[in-house]
Design a protein around this ligand. Sequence first.
Ligand SMILES: [Zn+2]
Length: 372
Amino acid sequence: MRWILAPLVLLLPLQAQTIGIDSHIDTIQRVLMDNEDLGQRAAHGHADLPRLREGGTNAPFFSLWVPTYYKGSEAVRRTLDLRDAMQRVLDAHPDQIELALNASDVERITRAKKIAAILSVEGGHQIDDDLAVLRMYYRLGVRSMTLTHFRNNDWADSSTDKPLHNGLTDFGKQVVREMNRLGMIVDISHVSDKTFYDTLAVTTKPVIASHSSCRALSEVPRNMTDDMIRALAKNGGVIAINFGEGFLNQKDAELLMKAVKSVYIEPTLTGKALDDYSAKQFKEEMVRPATSFATLDDAVAHIDHAVKIAGIDHVGIGSDFDGISAPPKGLEDISKMPALAAALRKKGYSETDIRKIFGLNTLRVLREVAGK
Ligand SMILES: [Zn+2]
């Protein structure tokens, strides 16, 4: 029997390869706005190639996020600008990072000790109500899209806007079906509760909440209720915990709610003037608030709560790094992920549990939706 055991032993190192997925980082904003070189470790921001490696997050979803005040074709243009900025990173460091289009790409690229870049679009407004645009994003490598961002779009209600469509419109349902057909993960972070349930009724594939936490612990509409978490688990999906202070800590949540309710002014600009406005806004938001109450222990509490409700196979990480201004104490940037693993270990989580939360659960969804 010895000859059978030998090849099995040879396979072991492959299976032991740890895959660290974070289903939402906004790092490409820094590349687009400031032409930053992600090959260098920066003293600011939350992620770059050295810090991703250090933290073991070797398969992040790079979000191509466009604010909702980019309207119509302006939102499409801005998405292409972000995709181009992503390409600059891929072209500058082919020895360190590569585009991943499916689960086996993620396995192959991480096995080669490189970062596997998975692309997501943050906001259904970015398709400008056109399924052809959605299909072209897929061809550009995008494998996930949040149905809304901060405001409603023409076909789906957002959790931080007044209901307009009572969830998903007929066209919104078509978007979900087309994403299922193409092999793009439907991401329900940011959508209203009704949009969430409408999406579950339509989708034939598992969905993710790429960066949402638990409303039972921190009451903001961007977080998920226990019922929603249960329904998501039943769908086979994953809730990936957001490290934004207001998502984790009730005291910060109250401050966040004030900001959500404040008057929201949309500029009537286009082209470079709109991009300049956006850069200014982004910089202002990234320093507000500068400090928070949230700590690493809050992140552990949210993960633990989600695991109790959804089960160990349906919880992941979606830090929102480079899109949040005051990360939790102890989780200041993506290089600190081993501290989170250590805290979970201390709480009794096994290595297998931690590997699932830190990547394998979301990898399973990617495999089911985008193919092997
Ligand atoms: Zn977001």
